[in-house]
Design a protein around this ligand. Structure first.
Ligand code: AMP
Length: 203
């Protein structure tokens, strides 16, 4: 168990980074099924908001355009979600590893996260072939009816936003924590690489 300077427990955390369509949600869900891991996707957290509430409308407006949600809103909602997960026993901070998918997205979010999370590993789901990712998103748009996957213009804007933020975001963490995995490989191979990376970083 690790504490910060205010004697608060720091959550052992794995970050999943990657461009839209790189499989953060899929691999995050798979990890979340392993005992001792708790998966949280901030995108999923936003999609659960009541779209008729003031907050829900504000968040949706950003998501529909492929823009990021404001850092303060993300951090506030994330903290509320974590409190609830701990109160209900879904996340046990002394025992479990938190798997964050899609958070942090900016250098400022990464900075905010440090007061609460001890990052043990960063999995960067990498793919040089953007057209492959776009094809995956097109499929997901039909299967999951996600508004931000529906238009190719919005999808391309989300790549621009990702490319703009990723280097500064990664630079907030020790480089030795970063494991790049090529997501154009067969899924079973990705699973093997992911398991091996986490096994060595979480020891
Ligand atoms: P995702 O499900 O991770 O693809 O996220 C979908 C959308 O939710 C993004 O395009 C953003 O609009 C918003 N979003 C998710 N996570 C964050 C975050 N950490 N910071 C800002 N916006 C976010």
């Amino acid at each position: 168990m690790t504490m910060n300077s205010n004697e608060k427990v720091l959550y052992n955390t794995v970050l999943l980074f990657g461009a839209p369509g790189s499989g953060k949600g899929t691999w995050g869900k798979i990890l979340g099924m392993i005992p001792g891991f708790y998966h949280l996707s901030t995108g999923e957290m936003f999609r659960m908001l009541d779209t008729e509430s003031e907050l829900g409308m504000k968040v949706m407006e950003n998501m529909r355009k492929g823009e990021l949600v404001e850092d303060n809103i993300v951090f506030d909602l994330w903290q509320r979600h974590m409190s609830n997960a701990m109160l209900t026993g879904r996340f046990r901070p002394h025992k479990d590893t938190l798997v964050l998918d899609g958070f942090p997205r900016t250098a400022r979010q990464a900075e905010m996260l440090k007061s609460t999370a001890l990052v043990k590993a960063i999995i960067l789901l990498d793919c040089a072939d953007r057209e492959l990712l776009i094809a995956r998103l097109r499929k997901r748009a039909v299967l999951e009816l996600r508004a931000d996957d529906a238009s190719e213009q919005i999808v391309r804007h989300r790549f621009t936003v990702y490319d703009r933020e990723i280097q500064n975001n990664l630079a907030q963490f020790p480089q030795g924590l970063i494991e790049r995995i090529d997501v154009s490989a067969p899924p079973i191979h990705i699973l093997a690489l992911l398991s091996s990376a986490l096994d060595s970083h979480l020891k």
